[in-house]
Design a protein around this ligand. Structure first.
Ligand code: CA
Length: 355
């Protein structure tokens, strides 16, 4: 009887106190910018979904207003905007900051590097995320893996590539380390914004271009400007997207909201990868069956030479920057182990399937 009474009192007290607790629960209103064009499929759409997930999971306590590249700040100022605290969050890919942090390129795409599964294992189980956080630490920015394109395609070519000779003098749009490697092979590489690629290829200002994979390339209409579609995307075997958070803003979040952001980011990381895989399958079928695109592998000697030039490029970059060297060594060691496992796992299974 007595216990029942006490219980009733506690319940009553909780009912009276509930509105007070709710009122004191702080609401956060954050801004987020991205490097992607408005409505850009998978990339920008995924980020908007991520913000909505966080709002739902936190019952509106953390609301994030997402702006596409150029809407609030230019796309390539995303990192600075987060670092300076102009906005609390950003989404992009680490190789965009190569000018500021050369080693950041290992956190997005390295030619002949690891695919999505290797990259995720490196980040979460191989010390990669710790190295990444150390790199961004001086800028007051905390990174998280937040998406993966899967293996990209090698690109669209107007003429067939039968040998290394065919690469010489070719004008190609290809950014990053892959571009540096191709320059060594005699390709005149160009940097073009997404909006300029199709016209440049169609008018013959460039002879070849890489973009992403079947889904995005089809949407850009590249099959109308070049006939040969080469694989594999040796230069971007599993491009990683990143979520970046301003460190002070992160520290101002209560533990439960930090947890929600962390789990939502893991979900985004997986979601993007699944979207790419699913949509690429469908687009590849349409490109080959409907648009009669010729899908071809790069010749073996071309791949071998690009691989040799990649090592040369990475060694050269290591000599220029101590942090690049440190991350390269760690990345290389993890990849060697991963490749050994992969050879008897996924790779062996693919070979078995093809028999
Ligand atoms: Ca690409």
């Amino acid at each position: 009887m007595k216990i029942k009474k006490v219980h009733q009192w506690i319940c009553l007290l909780l009912i009276i106190l509930a509105p007070i607790t709710q009122a004191t629960e702080k609401k956060f209103r954050w801004k987020m910018v991205t490097t992607w064009p408005p409505h850009f499929p998978i990339f920008q759409i995924g980020v908007e979904k991520f913000a909505k997930d966080i709002e739902d999971m936190s019952n509106g306590r953390l609301k994030i207003k997402v702006s596409a590249g150029g809407e609030l700040v230019p796309a390539l100022q995303t990192f600075d905007a987060v670092s300076q605290g102009l906005v609390q969050m950003g989404h992009g890919s680490a190789y965009y900051w190569a000018g500021k942090i050369p080693a950041a390129q290992f956190m997005s795409a390295v030619p002949f590097g690891m695919t999505a599964k290797g990259m995720n294992a490196w980040f979460y189980k191989g010390g990669g995320l710790k190295l990444w956080r150390d790199l961004y630490q001086p800028f007051g920015v905390i990174p998280f893996p937040a998406g993966n394109s899967g293996v990209q395609m090698g690109g669209w070519f107007k003429k067939k590539i039968n040998s290394l000779e065919d690469l010489k003098g070719l004008k190609m749009r290809i950014p990053g380390l892959g571009g540096k490697v191709l320059s060594k092979a005699g390709v005149a590489t160009k940097l073009l914004a997404v909006g300029e690629i199709y016209t440049a290829l169609e008018r013959g200002n460039i002879d070849a271009t890489e973009f992403v994979g079947p889904f995005h390339d089809q949407r850009l209409g590249l099959y109308r400007a070049a006939k040969y579609y080469y694989y594999p995307g040796w230069h971007e075997p599993g491009a990683v997207m990143e979520l970046i958070v301003n460190k002070k803003a992160w520290q101002s979040l209560p533990k439960d909201l930090q947890k929600i952001v962390e789990i939502a980011t893991r979900a985004l990381n997986q979601w993007m990868y699944n979207e790419f895989e699913g949509l690429n399958i469908k687009a590849l079928r349409e490109l080959t069956q409907q648009y009669k695109v010729e899908v071809l592998p790069f010749p073996d000697d071309v791949i071998k030479e690009l691989k040799r030039l990649t090592v040369e490029t990475l060694e050269e970059e290591s000599a220029k920057d101590a942090k690049f060297k440190q991350v390269y060594e760690a990345f290389k060691a993890f990849q060697a182990d991963h490749d050994a496992w992969n050879a008897i796992a996924d790779e062996a299974y693919s070979k078995a399937l093809a028999k």
